[in-house]
Write a new protein. Sequence first.
Length: 82
Amino acid sequence: MADKKKQYHQGHDIKSLAINIATFLLFLLPFALYLGDDHKLYCGIVAIGLLISLALPPVGWMRPHVYTDLPGNEPLTFRKSS
């Protein structure tokens, strides 16, 4: 057995949540553009959401994954393993 325990990852790290919120805003964009009047505001909110999700660590387009071979692509977890 390995002496080092890996933390269980449930997908609740900052990067995963930001990507989920940004894609939800992107999904709502056509409805907001069709029903709303201020098109620049809606597009700006979606663009800012996507930029924030790209800028959060690990920086880039990849979603953090527990079983990754790439260094630095591990999720940031705030819970300690028991």
